[in-house]
Design a protein around this ligand. Structure first.
Ligand code: CAA
Length: 286
């Protein structure tokens, strides 16, 4: 088993990101509790991990032994306090709601071990606000993963003014154990990745809205002309239009830049339930 600094990990939120984070932590040898507010959510999260690992076996990328060992290290819980009480690391991947995240971390700050690192997978919210009033601000840090988590190589670490060098170093070490390449970014709206990625995605939607080209051709422009693995519209489908809309609104307010104003087409699609891959329809039919 790989030696890790974080032997016991609690992952809060069993959605696409939380399930992926639980998987990579378990693959690195940690014992993981995947936690959410209902049995239904945690079962779906566990099924996601199982399906991803099985696909890896089918593709010849993962052995049956690795699949079984990884799954054996993951348990599920709907009791957040119990799941976090003896954790060395908590990674939060709940919906992008500042009050929700801050409430969770305030509660956890008072009950986890003093040495426990508290990490948020927020993709753009201010970490200073996410961790506002939390006990032990020096152990609080942003850990931004990318979808699909087991495949994407980047781990964007986001430091607040209070994050200690020791917390950053432990995060970098563990990130490498997860087979990720960590980058270090200061706490600022959208960090490095979302600010650039959302900007490109919004402009692609504006171009589609204006009839510049079809969705397929806009995506091909970036894939074949610029070497992106996936075009900006398909990627928006993968991330979720609702997720990206919330980030765009937040970035426009925080940065005051009109370039982040969400196109009407995007708002319409979200209100019509066309959220991308997860709803079966976005710029593409899935
Ligand atoms: N287990 C193990 N390995 C797997 C696997 C599995 N279940 N599924 C796929 N893989 C491996 C494949 O074998 C392949 O490996 P090689 O390169 O060694 O051959 C690799 O992963 C790519 O998989 P595929 O060939 O099946 O698929 P693809 O080439 O079509 O790539 C993709 C799929 C990785 C998603 C690619 O399209 C891509 O990189 N897209 C962009 C994704 C992206 O930008 N994500 C970030 C979104 S933004 C975000 O997440 C942040 C946020 O805040 C919202």
């Amino acid at each position: 088993m790989t030696e890790t600094k974080f032997h016991k990990v609690a992952v809060l939120g069993a959605g696409t990101m939380g399930a992926g984070i639980a998987q990579v932590c378990a693959q690195a040898g940690s014992t993981v509790v995947l936690c959410d507010i209902s049995e239904e959510f945690v079962s779906k999260g566990a099924a996601r991990v199982q399906a991803f690992l099985q696909k890896g076996v089918d593709k010849g990328k993962t052995t049956e032994q690795q699949r079984d060992d990884t799954l054996a290290r993951i348990s599920t819980s709907t009791d957040r306090a119990a799941a976090c009480a003896d954790a060395d690391l908590v990674v939060e991947a709940v919906p992008e709601d500042l009050a929700l995240k801050n409430g969770i971390f305030r509660e956890l700050g008072a009950l986890v071990k003093p040495s426990c690192v508290l990490a948020s997978n927020t993709s753009s919210l201010s970490l200073a606000k996410v961790f506002d009033g939390v006990q032990g601000p020096e152990r609080c840090i942003g850990w931004h993963f990318f979808n699909p988590v087991p495949i994407m190589k980047l781990l964007e670490l986001v430091r607040t003014d209070a994050t200690s060098d020791a917390t950053i170093a432990a995060s970098q070490d563990y990130g490498r154990l997860l087979r990720k390449e960590p980058i270090l970014v200061k706490d600022s709206p959208g960090f490095a990745s979302s600010r650039l990625g959302v900007c490109l995605g919004l402009e692609a939607i504006r171009m589609l809205e204006a009839g510049v080209a079809s969705a397929e051709d806009i995506d091909k422009a970036m894939m074949l002309g610029y070497g992106h693995p996936m075009g900006p519209l398909k990627l928006t489908d993968l991330v979720g239009l609702d997720v990206r809309l919330a980030i765009a609104d937040y970035l426009r307010d925080e940065l005051g830049l009109e370039g982040f104003a969400a196109p009407e087409l995007m708002r319409q699609m979200v209100s019509d339930g066309k959220l991308g891959k997860k709803s079966g329809q976005g710029f593409y039919a899935w």
